[in-house]
Design a protein around this ligand. Structure first.
Ligand SMILES: O=C(O)C(=O)Cc1ccccc1
Length: 304
């Protein structure tokens, strides 16, 4: 059975994503996102599932930078998961919400709930830990302390905590995009995906020639005249000096499509360097409300 590394401990959003994407795999939790990626590089696990982008907070730079600078692992799949954040406390603290001193969570989870904390718990200190699951574990292990965690419903159940405030994320349509990172040149170790497929994507990392005015315009026109749709463009520092950036571009097409090799050749002819970070299938876990809407739509189809 294939092994999947992920940001643990139990009850993290990444674990929810693993359960949604894969059916029969052996799960191996790691303390940090970097450790789960390193475990693919050292062949301790077959693949890792890592968060790459959040609808409220943007890119997970910790993942993206480790991928582009340190670990050259191909992106081999994607799953988009709805994210609902709740405030969890130990049952012994459930009546003392106003006295809560510190709330722990993953930095991205905290960032998704800034308005809630400013408006409802302005005195609470917000503290970063490695994951929402680690935050929930800390609260469970310290029943006498006035502390809480931002985490999901699964973590509340698994760690025996109470959801004192639910749906505390600042924007309703909160989703995170997770990607599968595979061993280099070992596509045969990929486990099967069970979540519904929504499309395909190719992610390219492009660096522009320095002495060329209008280079980015030329890059974009190589996609546009071929009618290749882009779903994301972002710049990340090359870390070689101020003003030096890579562009990370997501294209809604696979590398096996006829126009894609031509676009790469055109970019290289412009003296851009192009690294294909991956060409992969995309999947999604429908949110509970989307599933309910679908059921409702099915029920209301008029009988013929
Ligand atoms: O900490 C977690 O549970 C994670 O899996 C990372 C994360 C945090 C917030 C939103 C999505 C993923």
């Amino acid at each position: 059975m294939a092994t999947v590394g992920y940001l643990g401990p139990q009850g993290t959003f990444t674990e929810l994503a693993v359960d949604a994407l894969f059916s029969e795999v052996e799960k191996q939790p790691f303390t940090t996102i970097h450790e789960s990626m390193d475990a693919v590089a050292s062949e301790e696990v077959d693949v890792a599932l890592v968060p790459l982008e959040n609808a409220i907070e943007g890119s997970v730079n910790m993942t993206l930078d480790h991928l582009i600078h340190k670990r050259d692992l191909p992106i081999a799949g994607e799953i988009i998961v709805p994210i609902e954040q709740h405030l969890l406390v130990h049952p012994d603290q459930a009546e003392r919400l106003a006295e809560l001193e510190t709330v722990y969570s993953h930095p991205h989870a905290i960032a998704q709930c800034h308005d809630f904390f400013r408006e409802e718990l302005p005195e609470a200190t917000l503290a970063s830990v490695d994951s929402t699951g680690a935050a929930a574990a800390k609260v469970a292990e310290n029943p006498d302390e006035p502390i809480g965690a931002v985490a999901n419903e699964l973590a509340a159940k698994q760690y025996g905590l109470v959801q004192v405030k639910t749906q505390i994320h600042d924007y309703e349509k909160n989703h995170t995009r997770f990607v599968v990172l595979a061993r280099k040149n070992h596509p045969e170790t990929l486990p099967a995906y069970q979540a519904p497929k929504t499309g395909v994507k190719t992610t390219l990392m492009i660096s522009l020639p320095t002495d060329y005015s209008g280079a980015l315009h030329q890059v974009l026109s190589a996609f546009s005249w071929r009618r290749l749709n882009l779903s994301k463009i972002e710049s990340r520092p090359m870390k070689t000096g101020l003003g030096n950036y890579f562009f990370i571009i997501d294209v809604n097409h696979g590398m096996d499509e006829v126009l894609m090799p031509g676009v790469v050749a055109e970019l290289e002819a412009l003296n851009c360097s192009v690294r294909i970070l991956g060409s992969y299938s995309c999947h999604a876990l429908p949110s509970r409300t989307e599933t309910e809407d679908e059921k409702h739509a099915e029920k209301t189809v008029p009988e013929s």
